[in-house]
Ligand binder design. Sequence first.
Ligand code: NAD
Length: 345
Amino acid sequence: MTTLTPQQRVAELHQLLNRYGHEYYVLDAPTVPDAEYDRLFRELQQLEQEHPELASADSPTRRVGGAPLDEFQQVTHSVPMLSLSNAFSDMQLSERELRHEELLQFDERVRKGLDAAEVEYATEPKFDGLAISLLYRDGVLVQAATRGDGVTGENVTENIRTVRAIPLRLPAGAAVPSLLEVRGEVLMLKQDFDKLNAEQAARGDKTFANPRNAAAGSLRQLDSRITAQRRLSFFAYSIAQVEGEDWPASHSAEMAWLRELGFPVVAEDLRPVVRGVDGLIAYYEQVRQRRPGLPFDIDGVVYKVNQRALQDELGFVSRAPRWAIAHKFPAEEALTQVEAIEEQV
Ligand code: NAD
């Protein structure tokens, strides 16, 4: 067996991650399980940490998503759509011993950055769909765009208009801002995915590997009549811009306001506000137990510093906020899930 130099391995990882990223983000047709992509991504991050001279500006670790498809009109995001840093728990250990070291490190960094003894976090499931930006002017939906590479996304307004869960107009009587940009995840419920695949199979059409690919493939259609036939769902999880009304001071208050404005947000018992790392771990364990019974796929949970002023204080690194992290479920589970789905199809 020949051993590669770090430089050669970095080049190899660039090539692999770029290929898998293109298949996943652009073609909606991944060829490897997410856990395999995550493993390679972390190997590259590790190599770049050990050999900073090999961390080039075009590294997959610096980039968000994939390039928008040429067939769509392009949209420039005035507030970039970023990714999330990931924390993984130690997967070599038994469940009882599961260690959450990366989570502890995240909390420590946050507390240090804020000079605080304990921090309040808003929690949420990490929906396994695709990110979308919805722009409302004077209460009317005027533009919907995919994340794309974070700076330039695809204009999917016509397709989004067919998603019944997304309000086309904000309710009269509510305090409607002159400009509002809502971000959230478009996904397909497990039951709608099963139905769609059964219909596709009955017609002899291609079936989808999992609900995420079905949602992405359905939304990124050039013919919105096809999107209209697919049952897509949506959950809002952040606000990127507000004008003409007060911007709520915390993430949890944002969620409450979005609900009032008619956006679907996940049930309150799935997004508690907790204090400190013990609260995060208790939430993670609870959601991990509930995961199989949820009507939609999730691949982990997300923690966000709740107060917006504190989020601003912490700011961003190149591709992700410093005030949030995705805590992914163990790889075994992710792999089992992909394999189980592949067997079904
Ligand atoms: P990410 O999915 O890890 O995190 C960012 C995204 O999380 C956001 O854009 C948003 O869409 C989503 N999200 C879901 N719930 C959220 C919530 N409550 N709050 C905020 N955001 C929420 O980042 P990414 O860079 O898009 O994707 C990386 C992941 O995609 C990898 O970890 C891997 O699992 C998967 N991937 C797989 C392949 C493959 O070939 N199988 C290729 C590329 C990426």
